[in-house]
Unconditional design. Structure first.
Ligand code: ADP
Ligand code: MG
Length: 281
């Protein structure tokens, strides 16, 4: 439409040239962009400010960006800089070219060895962030990208506080994604531990990778929440017994007894070596 044409012709601060749309999330669009000075390609996340962004929000986003620049990790998308126009916020970040892990699962469940490789990388990224006090709070296959070698990169990290503000302020509320990855204590809104909530989401992701479908599903939202509260799911028969044990520990509805990330890293299922040649197919 005319709006996106306007975006495409934008020369951001005379610095970036915006190209094609790479992806769309709950409240942002991400475009291919090129830094005109260096020639480097980046991913540019464009967020409409609308009226929801109060005074002071920009400072908060900048703080988040600098925090993110402190969590450099091979499995986390690096943020470069943040810019703003009158109506929009632009976040330049590392470009990841292989698409979402979501698209891979959409073609069917993964072999256990392949799922292990992705999960090892996810846990490594999440553990790194937790050790630095950064919590994602929106881990799901749409936010896990694959580079050209098949390496997993977590995106959206550290911006979760900001995105939650937008959601609570009602922006694009109806297009808010499925709550299928959200921990029971988060639904309960009684306050929660960000680390434990992330671990739950990792459990849902591991289940989805191995099963090809969600652990908690129901056309009725209330019924789905009930299943999440109870931790009411079944592992399909093709899960190995070790995978079953790990998924069950991750999807413990009680955050206090849920497995800690250090124990996930020590688990026999995760620690098995996998040939890297399995990736990139
Ligand atoms: P939202 O916060 O609205 O969910 P995201 O940051 O998740 O927005 O970006 C939306 C989509 O854009 C992602 O699901 C992905 O497909 C694509 N995307 C996000 N970051 C990158 C990136 N660094 N490189 C390539 N594509 C990306
Ligand atoms: Mg997203």
């Amino acid at each position: 439409g005319s709006n996106s044409d306007a975006i495409h012709s934008t020369l951001l601060h005379g610095k970036y040239e915006l190209g094609r749309l790479l992806g769309q999330g709950t409240f942002a669009k991400v475009y291919h962009a090129r830094n005109l000075k260096t020639g480097r390609s980046v991913a540019m996340k464009v967020v409409g400010k609308e009226k929801v962004i109060k005074i002071g929000m920009m400072e908060q986003i900048k703080r988040e960006i600098s925090a993110m620049n402190m969590v450099k990790h091979p499995n986390i998308v690096q943020l470069h800089e943040v810019m703003a126009s009158k109506s929009k916020i632009y976040i330049a970040m590392e470009l990841v070219r292989g698409g979402e892990l979501f698209n891979k699962i959409a073609r069917g469940r993964l072999r256990e060895e392949v799922a292990r490789l992705y999960f090892q990388q996810l846990i490594s990224a999440v553990d790194f962030c937790h050790s630095r006090g950064v919590y994602h709070r929106d881990l799901k296959p749409e936010n896990l990208l694959l580079d050209e070698e098949g390496n997993l990169k977590v995106t959206d990290f550290g911006l979760s506080t900001f995105s939650e503000h937008l959601r609570h302020d009602g922006l694009l509320h109806t297009t808010c994604g499925t709550p299928a990855y959200v921990a029971p204590e988060v639904i309960g809104k009684k306050g929660y531990d960000g680390a434990k909530a992330d671990i739950w989401s990792c459990g849902v992701i591991l289940y989805v990778l191995l099963a090809g479908f969600l652990p908690f599903q129901d056309d009725n939202l209330v019924a789905m929440y009930k299943k999440i509260y109870r931790g009411d799911f079944k592992c399909p028969p093709w899960f190995s017994s070790e995978a079953r044990r790990l998924v069950t520990k991750l999807l413990d509805p009680n955050p206090n007894s849920r497995i800690a990330i250090s124990k996930v890293m020590e688990s026999s299922w995760l620690k098995k070596a996998v040939p890297k040649s399995l990736l990139g197919n």
